[in-house]
Ligand binder design. Structure first.
Ligand code: HEC
Length: 114
């Protein structure tokens, strides 16, 4: 496969509220092509499939397999929800920035399967 290096900077802003407000900006640099089989699949398996698979998938959203995840990312609100601070997916709290950035880069690269 042709190897192209991309450098993408993604800024993530997390606010924490204490006696005063502080903001932390974390940058994630991705220099490799992201594919579903190598990179995205394991993130979805570890963080989403416990709820989003099978007959009783939460919100009727099945994230098992390439085409389901691609559809939720390309045509649905998956990217919005994994980036949401107030209403994140997974429900327990946002994934680490590097994992969110990996899925975003996969979308930018055009949903490469393998
Ligand atoms: C502990 C169970 C659980 C986990 C883990 C989980 N979800 Fe969800 N998800 C839900 C539930 C319940 C809903 C419906 C309620 C809501 O929208 O908040 C939902 C809704 C969603 C929606 C909105 C669907 C719609 O039609 O509006 C998206 C997108 C989503 N989840 C993506 C993900 C992704 C991606 C992951 C992993 C990174 C994930 N979820 C992990 C339980 C979960």
């Amino acid at each position: 496969m042709k190897k192209i290096n991309l450098i993408i900077l993604t800024a993530f802003i997390a606010f924490s509220i204490s006696s005063c407000s502080t903001a932390t900006i974390e940058e994630v640099v991705i220099t490799e092509i992201i594919t579903f089989d190598d990179d995205v699949s394991v993130i979805i398996s570890n963080n989403c499939l416990s709820c989003h698979s099978g007959t009783f998938a939460s919100a009727g959203l099945n994230l098992d397999g390439y085409s389901n995840v691609r559809n939720a990312t390309e045509n649905g609100n998956l990217l919005t929800r994994i980036n949401s601070v107030s209403n994140p997916m997974p429900q327990g709290g946002q994934m680490p920035p590097a994992l969110i950035a990996t899925i975003e880069q996969w979308a930018i690269d055009g949903y490469i399967e393998n």
